[in-house]
Design a protein around this ligand. Structure first.
Ligand SMILES: Nc1nc2c(ncn2[C@@H]2O[C@H](COP(=O)(O)OP(=O)(O)OP(=O)(O)O)[C@@H](O)[C@H]2O)c(=O)[nH]1
Ligand SMILES: [Mg+2]
Length: 251
């Protein structure tokens, strides 16, 4: 199953869904696609509803407003766990930065025994194509900060193209993830490494977004740095641990 958060991705999503469908139909895997849309003003959700009419394997979770990539994934994963049957879950961007044909290699890596497979720019054979220097710098800086403060061992910490088995998704959802924005990708890895899950990096080439506007702002960069610092100081707690703390405070 493939989960895709969208905000103003009309011109990408109407092409991406058919591409994923074609690629997975031609592979040995069955597919389901979940779009988590934050009431995009460009009508992304309406276009997805149209596609849904002829394809029951496409699902749509509509949220009232833009609440951040991380929170879209958390809601999407929780919805998928309670409503759909799947063995492997793939998360990816809607803008073709994550080439849909690489889904098959990621899923295969999980089927071969890894809990989590990361599409990675920073292992041999991986890279970024046609990315401006300032975006490369932000990406490298974000990875450097996360390595330094959190001691994560994988190379591409901030990438958002990943596959994981159902057990990994279930475990992840038992944690209280605080990242609403881009640091979500890092927070998940903190949890996965803490749990000792088997993580593999699969090289891929990150492409520039095909259509639509970039959403990464300076505000998001600062928010990311703040989240990494918070994680390094406080870690990431399980939901029940948090509940216990609250209870302790009450008595
Ligand atoms: N539902 C939801 N999706 C979001 C939100 N912010 C970003 N997205 C989606 O998350 C994915 C990644 O966001 P992008 O805007 O592509 O971020 P990026 O790749 O760092 O930046 P550019 O591709 O250069 O714009 C895309 O599919 C976006 O549509 C949000 O607040 N809510
Ligand atoms: Mg993008």
């Amino acid at each position: 199953m493939v989960v895709i958060p969208t905000y103003n991705e009309l011109n990408n999503i109407t092409k991406l869904i058919p591409d994923i469908r074609r690629i997975l139909t031609n592979s040995s895997y069955s597919y389901q696609i979940l779009i988590v849309d934050d009431n995009s003003p460009d009508g992304t959700a309406k276009a997805v509803s149209e596609i849904q009419r002829s394809d029951k394997r496409v699902h749509l979770l509509k949220r009232p407003g833009k609440m951040g990539l991380g929170s879209a994934y958390v809601e999407g994963f929780a919805w998928a766990l309670s409503n759909l049957r799947f063995d492997v879950l793939v998360q990816m961007d809607a803008d073709f930065s994550h080439p849909p044909q690489d889904i098959v290699r990621l899923v295969a890596a999980v089927e071969e025994g890894s809990d989590v497979a990361l599409a990675s720019r920073y292992v041999e054979g991986g890279g970024s194509s046609r990315w401006p220097w300032h975006r490369r710098l932000i990406s490298k800086g974000a990875n450097f900060l996360a390595h330094l403060l959190l001691g994560i061992s994988v190379r591409d910490i901030t990438g958002g193209f990943r596959a994981m088995n159902r057990r990994a998704v279930e475990k992840l959802m038992s944690y209280s993830l605080n990242s609403r924005g881009y640091s979500y990708q890092v927070e998940c890895l903190v949890v996965f490494e803490k749990l000792g899950l088997k993580i593999v990096e699969v090289p891929f080439t990150f492409e520039s977004r095909r259509a639509g506007k970039a959403k990464l702002s300076i505000r998001e960069v600062f928010r990311f740095a703040r989240s990494i610092i918070r994680m390094s100081l406080k870690g990431v707690a399980r939901k029940d641990a948090q509940a216990t703390k609250k209870w302790e405070r009450q008595i």
